[in-house]
Design a protein around this ligand. Structure first.
Ligand SMILES: *Cc1c(COP(=O)(O)O)cnc(C)c1O
Length: 432
């Protein structure tokens, strides 16, 4: 299978190449040139995440050097569960994607990518230098996935003061082959610097750069696996499709769900739940795409004013009306996030992280007509234990901390500050 750029269908590479490049040479994002399609029967006998992953991803790796190692890669990447739990009878569910090492869904993609990268570097080649911009959770997940992996180095860029103290500790507790940079700017600045670094001749000449952002195909594709696995399991049990409400920022998680549905998995409606960063909901409303600076919210991992993966969505649905048929989008402000965390704790005993609360509020606002005949699933993107500063005052008590997270939070931290410019990043990277 080949992958082409969202900007030019004639730019074609194999899976490994797309992973290593991150961004296509013309600045576009890699998407499959053609789509495999599946029937539910194609997954007969495949139950857990690794088994479904192997069948779902196999066509994409056909002919690629990584192909023969797929079974091993998915067993390594999908080694923690993604349980589907009922919240309210058979009409509201939650898919918990936070049982990995850094307690957020990004662990899935990061671990798959790391497992691939480790197998791609040939002995004697320069270190693979992973550059990652993070609005909160990406950096931690990528650092955890690559930490102490031979042949790799990681540089994490995060916006200084704009991630929660608990998130910051997860971004800066690594050392060894992981460097953490606190950038004097926003997430959009971090993302821009990473994009610029990839096309900088000096860095290209001296550093073997690769990306691990959600623009990387190797992060995005494995995220389709938990949607496939969950929807199949639900379909087998209930004979119906599951509808998803996905807390969204850069749209990597949402695009993975849409891809899974396009390939034939039994997924119904998909709602993109955004915080006060309204670029996507406004685009669907008006048909006019107006990227803008991000605004800081309680759901900080979704503070994105110019979502990269929108380019992949538009590649799949070039006409705005087709996109409107495919997804809906909402925008939820901080006051409503707070209120939803409070209300659902009182009502269900569920503790949401602020991102998941955006999805929960989206469901709560749905008219009865949108719920009848549907089974909605909230996608829980992170554990509330990552955001105790926000969540604990709202529920009036402590949030239990998963053991793996407690261990991370207890480590010493270290970071370097950086101006929000390519020049500053270049100096730092060339000095390592
Ligand atoms: C990254 C992240 C999101 C947003 O995911 P995208 O793929 O960027 O849309 C939502 N919630 C949490 C907790 C995240 O870390």
């Amino acid at each position: 299978m080949e992958f082409c750029s969202t900007r030019d269908a004639s730019v074609r590479v194999g899976f490994s190449r797309a992973l290593l490049r991150g961004l296509a040479p013309d600045g576009g994002l890699y998407v499959p040139c053609s789509w495999p399609t599946f029937t539910i029967g194609d997954f007969d006998g495949a139950d857990g995440l690794p088994a479904v992953a192997e069948r779902l991803i196999a066509p994409f790796l056909a002919g690629d050097p990584l192909g023969p190692q797929l079974a091993e890669i998915v067993r390594e990447a999908f080694d923690f569960p993604a349980p589907l739990c009922s919240v309210q009878g058979d009409e509201l569910f939650v898919l918990e994607l936070f049982h990995g090492p850094t307690a957020a869904f990004k662990d899935f993609g990061a671990r798959f990518l790391a497992a691939c990268f480790q197998r791609l570097r040939k002995p004697g080649e320069p270190l693979l230098n992973i550059l990652v911009a993070t609005s909160g959770d990406t950096g931690g997940a990528v650092a955890a996935a690559f930490h102490r992996r031979a042949g790799t180095a990681v540089s994490v860029l995060f916006p200084q003061g704009l991630v929660s103290p608990t998130q910051e500790r997860q971004l800066t507790c690594w050392g060894d082959n992981v460097r953490s940079f606190a950038v004097r700017g926003t997430f959009d600045d971090c993302q821009r610097m990473v994009k610029e670094a990839f096309v900088d001749p000096q860095l290209q000449a001296h550093c073997n750069l690769s990306s691990a952002n959600s623009i990387n195909l190797g992060r995005l594709l494995p995220q389709a696996v938990y949607y496939a696995t969950t929807s199949l399991q639900f379909f087998r049990q209930h004979g119906r499709r599951l509808d998803f409400i996905i807390p969204s920022g850069n749209l990597g998680n949402a695009v993975a769900c849409i891809w899974a549905r396009s390939m034939g998995l039994p997924i119904g409606e998909i709602v993109l739940a955004h915080n006060a960063n309204r670029t996507v909901p406004d685009y669907l409303d008006t048909g006019e795409l107006r990227p803008r600076p991000s605004v800081a919210t309680l759901a900080s991992a979704m503070d994105v004013g110019n979502p990269s993966n929108l380019e992949r969505l538009r590649a799949l649905f070039p006409a705005i009306d087709a996109l409107r048929d495919a997804v809906r989008a909402t925008s939820i402000d901080d006051a409503a996030i707070r209120e939803r965390v409070r209300l659902d704790y009182a009502r269900y005993g569920q503790i949401w992280c602020p991102h998941t609360a955006v999805a929960a509020e989206t469901w709560a606002r749905m008219p009865q007509s949108a719920r009848t005949g549907h089974a909605w699933c909230l996608v829980a993107t992170a554990s509330p234990a990552k955001f105790p500063e926000i969540v604990e005052p709202l529920i009036g008590g402590p949030v239990p901390v998963p053991a793996a997270l407690a261990e991370l939070l207890g480590r010493p931290t270290h970071s370097e500050t950086l101006d929000a410019s390519l020049a500053a990043l270049r100096t730092a990277l060339l000095s390592q």
